[in-house]
Design a protein around this ligand. Structure first.
Ligand code: FUB
Ligand code: ZN
Length: 651
């Protein structure tokens, strides 16, 4: 009855143009409460507290070190001055590539998520003052971009393949939504809305043609629709995804392939082109599906997911293997040293899978999210929080890979916004109950969809250990299902409820569904299998054939030169017969579970062998015992630049 009443009120509000069904405070990373084709509904960031543990310390560093240092660098590199010069506040030339506006927007989004975790009046004031400076640069029409001004103004929306006007707008909207959900203040959001109103008035079928070029606006528009209830935004997202303007814009095959926009999304058969563009396009399409249920979209999304995860993704969850064009390669084209694997692309993979998880409730998507988060995204930020990887290769000769700043600095604030919103990815609700997706010390204070207040608290030694208890505290006894994720890497899992073994089989890569009448104080116990394992790649990945990577829990491991004195890391091999032994090192690389292993190296150190020799005449094979130390991949490159490898020959 209560649910029906809420729905009626919401419908009324939607028809009056205010569809913020959930109060701003109650809106999650994605506000899916009214999305008819979302099975799961994320729990708001503010309703989940990360307690002392792995991710809390990453968040603390992000907030204390990354946010201030990145803002200082954005200022130093003229990103805000690009706005100030338009209002006469600064008399300087425009600096940086044409998409720098998006970098400050992403920073503002990150800062806004930080406010969900706890209020910080100084940070709020910083966002407010940046907002005012950005507002001052917005044109009365609503147009807002610091690059396409003055002599370039005549080219607005003329070079959309690479112009990034809509990419920047997408990030502005996302920042505005995050800040609105943090504070109830719509000032930042209103700047994006004004630009969108301008677009919706002048562009579209029967008006001027528009193309995102770099997808991003699509997903932002759907979230704007979820925030305001204005259907026009969803329709405009459909227009952008429908790729109907190919002819009017005379787009070439190579362009639509590279941009992942410009032809109907639903005509796509494979993931290709620029990796971040492709991932953001798929994410936007999945958002669109959640609102409309258009089956053609789901069919395409499934095909693209399969192509990505089964043929084009690294073991770290990174995607986009080619430096040329920052692009996806052919199937199984996954070079290690040359891997491009931009941090933003791994984040794209994370958000794409977040949407697929919300649509289906299928654990396979959470598994990809976890893989990307702990490895390919996590590697993108140094332990200090002030140095970043743009590329995340899986092997290195020791080149410098981390920098505080890049001329194209898209990745740093992207990682920051991901880490600071992280608690919002831990739990979801559904009509049946509540889902636990990720494991770390945390406390959820939210409600079931029946309206009953519910608290969950995870106490765990994850991610280094496998034991977790979850206390379940509904405000009153109630029957619902607690879905706990059983990761694909946990071959055997022990699951108990109030100390008694859970009767049904617990399979890897599923959610164990615990349906019962839950009472305040009930306790769920989980014990995952933390056995380190060798991982093989599909034999068609030429670079990895005959080699193995190592995984323990969610972490992929690597060998880095300073820890391995037996020889250059490129001369080392794993021994299939020898164990991988965990060793906790509290004082090393911020506290890690290292792995020791009796591996192999060449009987005589390699030195000056011919480039090619007949079999039987060359150096043979690595047969000499060598002590190896493996560290989690994310922790590499936190010392002097040094060689590193994820994949080693397995003997
Ligand atoms: O083009 C904007 C961003 O810069 C892309 O997402 C990244 O791949 C980098 O090219
Ligand atoms: Zn990037």
């Amino acid at each position: 009855m209560k649910k029906i009443l809420i729905t009626l009120v919401c419908c009324f509000l939607c028809s009056t143009g205010d569809c913020s069904a959930a109060d701003w405070k109650d809106q999650a990373v994605l506000n899916l409460e009214q999305s008819p084709h979302a099975k799961l509904h994320p729990v708001p960031v503010r309703a989940v507290r990360l307690n002392d543990g792995f991710w809390k310390s990453r968040q603390t560093v992000t907030e204390a070190k990354s946010l201030p240092s990145m803002l200082a660098l954005l200022e130093e590199n003229g990103v805000m001055d690009n706005f100030r010069r338009l209002t006469g506040k600064k008399k300087v030339a425009r600096r940086g590539p044409l998409y720098t506006d998006s970098d400050i927007y992403k920073w503002m989004e990150a800062a806004a998520w930080a406010l969900h975790n706890h209020d910080d009046p100084k940070l709020r004031a910083t966002i407010d003052s940046l907002t005012e400076e950005i507002r001052a640069a917005q044109e009365p029409s609503g147009y807002l971009n610091t690059y396409w001004v003055e002599e370039r103004a005549k080219d607005r929306f003329q070079k959309m393949q690479g112009g990034h006007e809509l990419y920047c707008l997408g990030h502005l909207l996302q920042a505005g939504v995050a800040y609105y959900r943090a504070t109830g203040n719509r000032n930042l959001l209103s700047l994006g809305e004004k630009f969108v109103a301008y677009l919706e008035r002048d562009f579209g079928p029967g008006k001027k043609p528009l193309l995102t070029g770099h997808p991003e606006l699509e997903l932002a528009l759907v979230e704007l629709y979820r925030t305001t209830g204005e259907r026009a935004h969803l329709d405009f997202a459909r227009y952008l995804l429908s790729g109907v303007e190919r002819e009017r814009l005379s787009l070439k095959d190579s362009e639509v392939k590279y941009m992942f926009s410009g032809i109907p999304f639903t005509s796509r058969k494979q993931i290709e082109g620029h990796a971040v563009r492709a991932m953001y396009a798929a994410t936007g399409a999945a958002d669109y599906y959640m609102e409309t249920g258009d089956a053609a979209y789901l069919k395409t999304l499934n095909a693209l997911w399969e192509d990505t995860v089964e043929r084009k993704m690294y073991v770290t969850g990174g995607v986009g293997s080619r430096p040329q064009g920052e692009a996806f390669g052919e199937v199984y084209e996954l070079p290690n040293q040359q891997a491009y694997t931009e941090s933003c692309a791994a984040i794209g993979n994370w958000i794409f899978n977040q949407r697929m998880l919300a649509i289906t409730g299928d654990a396979k998507y959470a598994d990809v999210m976890e893989r990307a988060l702990y490895n390919g995204i996590n590697s993108g930020m140094s332990l200090s929080g002030t140095l970043y990887c743009y590329r995340n290769p899986l092997a290195s000769y020791g080149e410098k890979i981390r920098n505080p700043w890049y001329t194209t600095t898209c990745c740093p604030p992207n990682i920051e916004r991901t880490f600071l919103a992280l608690s919002g990815y831990f739990y979801s609700t559904s009509r049946e109950g509540v889902y636990v997706h990720l494991y770390d010390n945390s406390a959820m204070d939210w409600r079931l969809e029946s309206g009953t207040p519910l608290k969950l608290a995870q106490k765990t030694d994850a991610p280094w250990g496998g034991k977790t208890t979850i206390s379940v505290d509904p405000a009153r006894a109630e029957e619902f299902t607690l879905f706990v994720r059983v990761p694909a890497w946990s071959k055997t899992t022990k699951l108990t409820v109030n100390g008694k073994p859970f009767a049904a089989a617990v399979k890897p890569n599923t959610y164990a569904a615990l349906k019962r009448t839950w009472k305040p104080g009930d306790l769920v116990g989980l014990e995952f299998d933390m056995q380190p394992r060798f991982v093989a790649a599909n034999p068609r990945v030429p670079e990895d054939y005959g080699k193995a990577a190592v995984q323990r829990g969610p972490f992929v491991y690597c060998v880095e030169q300073p820890d391995n004195t037996a020889g250059p890391v490129s001369d080392l091999a794993f021994s299939a017969a020898a164990p991988l032994t965990p060793e906790w090192k509290a004082e090393f690389l911020g506290g890690i579970m290292a792995l020791t292993h009796k591996g192999l190296t060449w009987p005589k150190p390699l030195a000056g062998e011919p480039l090619y020799s007949f079999i039987g005449e060359g150096p043979g094979s690595p047969t000499k015992a060598a002590d190896l130390l493996l560290i989690p991949y994310y922790a590499w490159a936190n010392r002097e630049p040094a060689a590193m490898q994820v994949w080693l020959p397995l003997r």
